[in-house]
Design a protein around this ligand. Structure first.
Ligand SMILES: Cc1cc2nc3c(=O)[nH]c(=O)nc-3n(C[C@H](O)[C@H](O)[C@H](O)COP(=O)(O)OP(=O)(O)OC[C@H]3O[C@@H](n4cnc5c(N)ncnc54)[C@H](O)[C@@H]3O)c2cc1C
Length: 505
């Protein structure tokens, strides 16, 4: 069904790659242009021998065969080739006085733990665990339903269940306030989780309880590699070190792109899977925003950026929980204007590909909204930039050594990435980790993927779907390619997958 129509896709993150697969399966010729020398965008890890440090993957919604979203991942790649694990524990909340609370992924076990630890909160605990069970029952995301229909389904479910409607209007922090135990309150109010609609965290727990939010061995890169393989099999092309600087427009229609260096590439359609701010304001010169979208870019709330301290430690820490979140006695100064009073660690003993036996990769992510500080420092004062990275790393190492004394003297590798790093490698506005915050009461509406006055152009990715996450890739890519097919009178038929030898024939 090849029809000699070409789509260029800007950005090789999960969204750009997902769009590439859908377009190839519908017979389009596809060229993905990625500015970095590797695909994945935020879905990334890096190697510092002998360790690998993951930045993205905690859980992948859709990991369970037959579960919500699984069928959609199967449209993109052979997801069942990945090895998923479902950790028993989501996070262990701790303070510096030795008090701990385990947030188990199994809801029965979680209920038992919470009722035992905070009997005074029995009513709130029961409502919490009841909600986790209830949310696990809905099939909210049906790929064949399309984006709008799915969100309408969700809203309908919310109306049917007043409890869910109420939750969607409540922030994580407000939800946490119904509990008296400080560790439990912190679980709901920590960082951006406290500002998001409470439904985000409870839904994640619901998916974990169902075993449908697993971690795949090898982290996010293993998923990205699978999709790259699929693109290659289907005859698609990913071009690296190809930074798009401009979208070419003729007669109010996108006709291709220009790369840094001046080369132009013509196409029938342009899909931008790059950062939304770059797309609107750099590649399109700010000419195609409707009022609401412009207002969002002026006043909207984005997820924080982050500093990641990654440590390679020659210790066997298999007995640690996979993730801890520790409330500190004294807050830590991250940068001007940013203090954190809770520090999380991920202990990657559950992924044998990340360290040799007897050793472990440990990461800590510190959220900050002071992107400017780090970006300016990196550009204008490299020695101070490095000194600040060093200072933050040492502070975090201190916290870790208090928590796990065995680490002392065994740290072999220290790696620090900053918001400037996130920006340099992914182009995300203000180094944001997930795009727009899904705020309470704002509904969960996607942004328009087509722009007023601009034909033959579509946007996909985390900047189109508030809340972001890896699923936002396929969830936005599918309707985008469907729309293109409809306009071109090409059947959106994923069963008629073209044979590789036919592609480009
Ligand atoms: C710390 C952290 C933890 C996370 N945890 C999870 C999790 O557990 N589960 C989950 O589902 N999600 C998680 N996420 C979110 C998830 O990683 C993102 O939402 C998702 O990867 C975004 O994909 P994207 O393709 O929309 O954007 P991106 O990944 O940002 O991809 C955009 C791509 O476009 C390229 N690009 C940008 N500008 C240009 C240009 N001008 N020319 C060419 N190329 C360009 C970039 O290099 C990049 O590759 C996490 C994110 C972070 C940072």
């Amino acid at each position: 069904m090849h029809h000699h129509k070409k789509i260029v896709i800007i950005g090789g993150g999960i969204a750009g790659l997902s769009a590439a697969v859908y377009a190839l399966r519908c017979g389009y010729e596809v060229e993905v242009l990625e500015m970095h020398d590797i695909a994945g965008g935020l879905a990334m890890s890096w190697r510092r021998d002998p360790y690998t440090f993951e930045t993205c993957l905690h859980w992948l919604v859709g990991s369970k065969p037959g579960g919500d979203l699984h069928a959609q991942w199967q449209e993109i790649c052979d997801i069942d080739k990945l090895t998923f694990i479902n950790p028993d524990e989501f996070v262990c909340m701790q303070n510096e006085h030795g008090d701990e609370m385990h947030i188990w992924t199994n809801v029965d076990r979680l209920q038992e733990e919470l009722l035992r630890r905070v009997p005074g909160d029995a009513e709130a605990v029961s409502e919490f665990t009841r909600t986790i069970r209830a949310l696990g029952k809905f099939r909210m995301l049906d790929p064949s339903g399309g984006l709008t229909e799915n969100w309408l389904n969700l809203l309908r479910d919310m109306r049917t269940f007043p409890l869910l409607h109420k939750l969607s209007k409540m922030s994580g922090r407000d939800y946490g306030n119904r509990f008296t135990h400080p560790l439990l309150r912190t679980f709901f109010s920590n960082g951006d989780v406290g500002r998001l609609t409470s439904i985000a965290m409870i839904l994640s727990l619901a998916w974990m309880n169902e075993g449908n939010a697993g971690y795949c061995i090898g982290g996010a890169r293993s998923l990205i590699r699978l999709i790259e393989e699929k693109i290659a099999v289907l005859g698609g092309k990913i071009r690296f070190n190809a930074r798009v600087t401009r979208i070419l427009i003729e007669d109010n229609a996108a006709v291709g792109v220009q790369l840094a260096g001046g080369e132009t590439i013509r196409a029938d359609w342009v899909i931008s899977a790059a950062d939304g701010h770059t797309t609107h304001f750099d590649l399109l010169g700010g000419r195609y925003l409707d009022k609401a979208t412009r207002r969002l870019y002026e006043h909207g709330d984005t997820f924080a950026s982050y500093i990641q301290v990654s440590l390679g430690v020659a210790c066997d820490l298999r007995d640690r929980p996979p993730m801890t979140s520790r409330i500190l006695e004294k807050p830590i100064a991250v940068d001007p204007g940013t203090e954190v009073d809770t520090v999380g660690f991920r202990f990657f003993h559950f992924d044998p590909t990340f360290a040799p036996p007897g050793k472990i990769a440990i990461t800590s992510v510190l959220p900050t909204r002071n992107f400017e500080f780090w970006n300016r420092l990196r550009q204008t004062d490299p020695p101070r930039y490095h000194a600040e990275k060093h200072r933050v790393a040492n502070t975090i190492i201190e916290v870790l050594q208090r928590q796990v004394p065995a680490v002392r003297g065994n740290i072999e590798v220290v790696d620090v990435s900053t918001p400037a790093t996130v920006f340099r490698y992914t182009g995300n506005w203000k180094g944001s980790m997930e795009g727009w915050l899904l705020l309470p009461g704002e509904g969960m509406k996607p942004l328009p993927s087509t722009l007023p006055g601009l034909d033959r152009f579509v946007m996909v990715g985390q900047w189109v779907l508030p809340g972001g996450g890896l699923p936002s890739g396929p969830i936005t890519a599918r309707p985008a390619v469907k729309l293109i097919c409809r306009r071109d009178h090409v059947p959106f038929d994923l069963h008629a997958e073209p044979k590789p030898e036919m592609v480009g024939a």
